[in-house]
Design a protein around this ligand. Structure first.
Ligand code: 6PG
Length: 245
């Protein structure tokens, strides 16, 4: 039986969801008063959260010098490419907040193969962690943000891919699931998070979220962090509350 707490919170809309996520991230990072590792999600949902963190409500409260930034997955495209998760994060957050350059740990996607990129990022993670062996008593990440695809994927762990079975490597190349190669953290690395926040918004996610809530097996449902898995969803994705009449 998993030890972690599984929590599900419904917010009225995407703006309220993003604000709640920013509030939680800022409070957790500030309370830590030590080096703090955040693993970021790609996709479109977290963009507003990233913008809020760099905005007037949070910028002065956030402990920027102590926080290190990683990515849970990356599209294997140049950082200048509109599809790049790094580019989205740079536009929304990295270019607007006083983040030390040495605290930003991007996935390299140019001048090497996808496999070499995955190996290089694994070295980055292990260098930050100080070991190549994960110890559940010492999380790799304090907080990991994840999204939910309509097919139940998270990061670039797509249904039916070999990446789902990877239990040794921390990072892997995912080829063929999407037109562009992907670089993704594996379950061992994602599970080495003290807390995972799933950000799920919009009616397009209602069906998959409902299936996961019913216990159906999808990659996103297999992420099992150390302390807490928190599903932050909006009303459109949550659907109508179950009829208890
Ligand atoms: C990516 C993400 C991916 C994303 C989901 C949801 O690189 O696209 O890591 O896992 O979180 O596909 O994407 P949206 O937030 O755009 O719906």
């Amino acid at each position: 039986m998993p030890e972690y707490i599984d929590e599900y919170v419904v917010h009225s809309g995407p703006e309220e969801l993003a604000h709640a996520a920013a509030e939680r991230l800022c409070a957790t990072a500030a309370a830590a008063r030590r080096r703090f590792a955040i693993c970021l999600s790609g996709g479109s949902t977290p963009r507003r959260l990233y913008e809020l963190l760099a905005g007037p409500d949070f910028a002065r409260r956030f402990p920027w010098p102590l926080v290190h930034w990683f990515w849970g997955d990356e599209r294997f495209v140049p950082h200048s490419d509109p599809e790049s998760n790094y580019r989205m994060t740079r536009e929304a957050l990295l270019s607007r907040a006083p983040i030390p350059a040495e605290n930003i740990h991007a996935v390299l996607t140019e001048g090497l193969t996808p496999e070499a990129s995955a190996a290089a990022y694994e070295e980055t993670l292990q260098g930050f962690y100080g070991s190549d062996r994960l110890d559940p008593r010492r999380p790799l990440f304090d907080t990991t943000l994840l999204g939910l695809g309509e097919d139940g994927h998270t990061a670039s762990l797509f249904p039916g891919t070999a990446a789902l079975d990877e239990r040794q490597r921390w990072v892997t190349a995912v080829i063929g699931a999407k037109p562009e190669a992907r670089i993704s953290l594996t379950f061992p690395a994602l599970d080495a998070s003290r807390e995972v926040l799933f950000l799920v918004a919009g009616a397009s996610k209602r069906a998959i979220l409902s299936e996961i809530r019913r216990g159906e097996d999808y990659p996103a449902a297999r992420v099992e962090p150390i302390d807490r898995r928190l599903w932050l969803v909006d009303r459109a994705a949550a659907g109508d509350p179950p009829d208890h009449s």
